[in-house]
Design a protein around this ligand. Sequence first.
Ligand code: FMN
Length: 213
Amino acid sequence: MQRRALMAAACRAQNKNNRNGDPMSLKLNVIVGSTRPGRRGLAVAQWLAEHAASLGSFQVELVDLADFNLPLLDEAAHPAMQRYEHEHTKRWAASVAAADAYVFVTPEYNYFPPASLVNALQVVMGEWNRKVAGVLSYGGISGGLRAAQQLRLLIASTNMHSLPQVVPVPNVPALIDDAGKFNPVAATVDGSTAMLNELHAWAGALKTLRNPS
Ligand SMILES: Cc1cc2nc3c(=O)[nH]c(=O)nc-3n(C[C@H](O)[C@H](O)[C@H](O)COP(=O)(O)O)c2cc1C
């Protein structure tokens, strides 16, 4: 408890600093990784996006992969060429390009992230370059940690910095109420705050790296 209180105090100080600096200049996309009907991921991601917005350090957008309806990679050119032929790819590339940082909200399917999310990461390439990503995973008792670790490998392979501060959410069905709202435990709130603060620090540094003055 004492450690949690210390961490919360540090986070409050960090958020205050963020506000005093250049608030909202960095854009965060919270990406819903699952697309199946009845998915729990949307409720979890909605909570995380609201929580991130409440910290005041990022301009936050909830990005739902289901809205993009991305087929399995159907572009002829290698994504690094950015010669996109299809509207769905152009739309997705624009969404990715607009952000400085990402949190992937991922379920665990057979110890792995969902194909929808793996595909979305692979469809574009340069748009991820030199940015930073965190992962919030959820599932059964494991909290989706095995999927999170696999996803971190893929994130790193796109030349993003993959934060080690993963937030695992165990037993996700028990945390969604009858109205479909996700109700996190205190450790999830504190862990998410810590992850978002780390994300913000890296996002600022990497923006400078991408746009040296
Ligand atoms: C295809 C499939 C595979 C799953 N595999 C796992 C698994 O490996 N580990 C786990 O903890 N839960 C697993 N589950 C249970 C999911 O954690 C749970 O259904 C969760 O709600 C899935 O996320 P979603 O609702 O956003 O799709 C699996 C569910 C599905 C549909």
